[in-house]
Design a protein around this ligand. Sequence first.
Ligand SMILES: Nc1ncnc2c1ncn2[C@@H]1O[C@H](COP(=O)(O)OP(=O)(O)OP(=O)(O)O)[C@@H](O)[C@H]1O
Ligand SMILES: [Mg+2]
Length: 323
Amino acid sequence: MSESILQIRDLTVTFATPLGPLVAVRGVDLDVGAGELVAVVGESGSGKSVSFLAAMGLLPSTATVQGSVMLDGVQLVGASAKQMRSVRGRLLSMIFQDPLSALNPVHRIGAQISEMLRAHQKMSERAARARAVELLEVVGIPQPGDRAMQYPHEFSGGMRQRVVIAMAIANSPKVLIADEPTTALDVTVQAQILEVIQKVQKQFGTAVVLITHDLGVVARVCDRVNVMYAGRFVERAAVSDLFDAPTHPYTRGLLASLPQAGKERLVPIVGFPPNMLRPPSGCAFRARCADAISDCEHAVPELRAVGAAQSACIRAAELMQPR
Ligand SMILES: Nc1ncnc2c1ncn2[C@@H]1O[C@H](COP(=O)(O)OP(=O)(O)OP(=O)(O)O)[C@@H](O)[C@H]1O
Ligand SMILES: [Mg+2]
C-alpha cells in the first residue's frame, strides 16, 4: 500500500438514546493509502455510515466520538466546528445515496459548484464558473456549459449524482467517501457512476472509500475490502482473495447471498444483526453462524492475520482447510 492518507485508530461512536447508550462503532481501525480505492461492506446498521460521518464531523450532538482519525497528518476527532468546515470539501468530501439532498433546488448547478470552489480557494467568480463547467465535463455531463445554467430538477438521478461528484471533487480533496452512491440508481446508471468514481480516483489520485452493501459493486472497482459487522471490521482482504477464499463466516454468508450467473437461488444469511443496545458476549455473529462453538461466546475476536487476509473469526484458519 502507498503512504497512508487516512488513518483511523480505535474509532468508537456512542449515541445517547432514550433506551441507553448505543455503541454503533466499536474500536475501528482503517488505513487508506493515497489514491487507493477501498470498500467498506456490511449489512444495514453495521456502522458504515456512522464511522465516516464521525470522520467528517457530521454526527448529531447525541454522539460521542472517541479514538483517532488522522487525515494527511491532521487530527479530526475533537477538531473545532471551524476546523471541520475548512477540512470538509477541501481535504475530505463525502457523497451520499440521495444526490438531491446535497443540491440546493433553487440555485443553478454551475453556481453551486463555483460557490464550493470559492468557499475554499481564492478565485474570481468568472474563473470559478469556468472551472465548474470543466468539472461537469470531467464527470461526463454532456453540453456542460448549457447544463451549468440549469437547476437540479432538470437533471436525471444519475446526472444529479454526477453533479454531486463534481462538487465533491471541486477542491481536489485527498479522500472522497462515497456512501452507497449508486444504491438509488438503476443498474445501468449504477455502472456509469462507478466509472466516474474510478475515473476521479485515477485522474486526480483521489483516495476513495466506497461504502456499499453490494459485493457486486466491490468486485468491479475496489482494491481492498473491509467487511463490517455490528460496529467492527471482521475481515479485510484484497478483493480477489475475499472472493476466492473468504476467511470469516459472515463474509461467506454475504457471498452466498450475491446474485450470480448460473446460480439458481440466493441464500440469505439467516437471522438478524444483534441489537446494538445489548450486543451479545463474544463474537457478535455467533447467533447466526453455523460454525459457532462455545469458545465464540467468551471473548470478542480481534482481527488476526489469516494468510494474506485479516479475520476476526477464531476458527478462520481451521475452517479454511478443505473439509
Ligand atoms: N443519530 C443516531 N442516533 C442513534 N442511533 C443511531 C444514529 N445514527 C445511526 N444510529 C445507529 O447506529 C448503527 C449504525 O448505523 P449506520 O447508519 O452507520 O449503519 P450503516 O451500516 O450505514 O447501514 P445502512 O446500510 O442501512 O446505511 C445503527 O444501529 C443505527 O441505528
Ligand atoms: Mg449507511
